[in-house]
Design a protein around this ligand. Structure first.
Ligand code: ZN
Length: 558
């Protein structure tokens, strides 16, 4: 088997090769399937992980993980591959991991948007937000389009001397450009800063940033709070093949009990809601969400945060049509958007306002980041400016932040350290799911009359419904217990198909022991009295969409 390394970012072919090898090498733990095809026709791989010897994945509670829906966010793919690799390698060695694969399943999509990622990782890269489908126009607009002009495999910045420019060299580190003060007089040693690229139909004066031809943002295309006015939302919810395939898969797998979508960057576990404050969540859901978030912080060092309260791009606007909101708001699943990697934290800064920081922060922080980049990546993180003869602008300089491996993603040599703890948070999230099991099964017989008593229980931390939201949305059915009887037998009491509601978990327990008695709300008892003059076997099937399916056969012999 080819050894996978986590100090590099893989293109589609190589990534596919690893998934195929793993599925072949671990047939009892790992199966490779496809959600469907991307816009350009690439298979969107989904890896199902469970111990198939203890039952099929669909009979077990499962956890969803996806990555790389945003084209340049390739560290998320690595995090998903790391998770798969860890599950396969540590099965049988790590107790919790073994238990989770024996009792539960994972659906992992390492690259939800393979087309966009392929461009981001190309030898001569192009950076898109998401998929490569042209939208909302199919013709290119005038203005500056980002491009690797000198063919060095990087898209950096261009700086042009301009006595009226908005940027000036830092007094101690002249390579570092900082904002000009409001009262810095015109005519100084200033620069105009542009992304490395080419200007379509340049008139010699006007430079505007052309909107990218591929203007979709797949994480605005999900069928929740969707609005056409949202940047990149697409023409209608799930209009894009990648999103439609993911939504279809989740819908077809009602055993999914939660989900995590890997993004970059900021070093934070984000959770819904995006459009409303925390007090609009059911109280118990908020407590449970916060408890999971605390565990996430303990395991990974990333704090947990509400998108509404802490991650808005505009304080007066909301982010619409996102995956995690759909999972929580419509399905009642605790979902997370984990933004991997915080360059600021790496540089020793304390950044609380994730997005506002980009608008305003002290210049000392820029200097710290600059020194950090030089220290960890030498000349490749913050690239020294060098002259370049631009075909339209004449002499410019290329250099500045190599955003792809400083901001957007960890530098390859720091990747593994960053993503390793994230697998533990995913495993934790799967482990806390509801899990239906048989508590006891007894049969008493009197002649040809059998009294069967089955006690089922939820052994997971979450209730079988997962959340209050799921009940509110009618997104989850009750536990159903069916009995099928042998030839000649008849049911004297009990129901052929019993509906027994939801079973509690332990997530609502208080933090002190005297708070409340431990009522047995995680249990359900079902009884049947069967007359079976010819003997035979009764089959009992207990099905809960989320908590799993258990089957048991009862002998009815005199
Ligand atoms: Zn993203």
């Amino acid at each position: 088997m080819t050894d996978i390394r986590f100090d590099t970012y893989y293109r589609y072919e190589t990534l596919t090769g690893f998934l195929r090898e793993w599925a072949e090498h671990y047939p009892n733990l790992c199966r490779l399937g496809s959600l469907g095809q991307s816009f350009e026709g690439r298979e969107i791989w989904v890896v199902t992980l469970t111990n198939f010897e203890t039952g099929p994945d669909q009979d077990k509670p499962a956890y969803w993980v996806d990555a790389n829906i945003h084209a340049t966010e390739v560290a998320p793919s690595a995090a998903a591959l790391y998770l798969i690799h860890k599950l396969l390698n540590e099965y049988g060695r790590d107790e919790k991991l073994t238990y989770v694969l024996d009792s539960r399943a994972f659906y992992v999509v390492p690259r939800l948007n393979p087309d966009g990622a392929e461009l981001a990782l190309a030898d001569r890269p192009r950076f898109l937000r998401s998929s490569t489908r042209p939208y909302p126009r199919t013709d290119e607009l005038d203005g500056l389009h980002q491009e690797d002009m000198d063919g060095d495999g990087r898209i950096l910045q261009m700086r042009l001397k301009d006595p009226h420019g908005a940027w000036k060299p830092h007094p101690d580190e002249p390579s570092l450009l900082i904002r000009r003060e409001p009262d810095d007089l015109p005519g100084g040693d200033y620069y105009r800063l542009l992304p490395e690229g080419r200007i379509r139909n340049y008139d010699g004066v006007t430079i505007q940033m052309a909107p990218p031809l591929a203007g979709l943002d797949l994480n605005r295309n999900f069928p929740v709070n969707w609005l056409p006015s949202e940047q990149g939302a697409g023409p209608f919810p799930t209009s894009e093949p990648e999103v439609r395939a993911a939504v279809q898969f989740v819908t077809d797998h009602p055993n999914i009990t939660g989900g995590l979508t890997f993004h970059t960057f900021s070093g934070v576990h984000l959770r819904p809601l995006s459009i409303a404050p925390d007090d609009s969540l059911p109280s118990q859901d908020l407590r449970t969400y916060q408890a999971i978030g605390r565990k996430g912080e303990a395991l990974t060092g990333y704090p947990a945060a509400s998108v509404y309260h802490e991650f808005k791009y505009d304080p007066k606007d909301y982010i619409k049509g996102t995956f995690d909101d759909w999972l929580y708001e419509h399905l009642g699943l605790y979902a997370w958007t984990t933004e991997i990697w915080s360059p600021q934290r790496q540089a020793g800064l304390e950044v609380k306002k994730y997005i506002e920081w980009f608008r305003e922060h002290p210049v000392e922080e820029d200097l710290k980041l600059f020194h950090w980049a030089r220290e960890i990546l030498g000349q490749d993180g913050y690239v020294e400016w060098r002259p370049f003869e631009h075909p339209q602008l004449g002499p410019v300089e290329l250099g500045g932040w190599n955003v792809m491996i400083t901001w957007r993603n960890p530098p390859p040599h720091l990747l593994e350290k960053e993503i390793a703890p994230l697998a533990d948070f995913v495993i934790f999230n799967c482990l806390i799911s509801p899990k239906l099991e048989i508590h006891t099964l007894t049969t008493e017989k009197q002649g040809d009359i059998f009294t069967i008593r089955l006690v089922l229980h939820n052994t997971g931390w979450l209730p079988t419904n997962v959340s209050q939201k799921a009940l509110e949305m009618k997104a989850v059915r009750e536990l159903e217990v069916d009995i099928s009887l042998p030839e000649g037998a008849r049911l004297l009491s009990g129901e052929m198909k019993a509906k027994v509601g939801q079973l509690a978990g332990r997530d609502d327990k208080g933090a002190v022991a005297f708070w409340a008695g431990d009522a047995t709300r995680e249990r359900a008892k079902v009884e049947w009295v069967v007359q079976a003059p010819q003997g035979g076997q009764a089959t009992i099937t207990a099905v809960h969409q989320r908590a799993g399916t258990v089957r048991v056969v009862v002998d009815l012999e005199k």
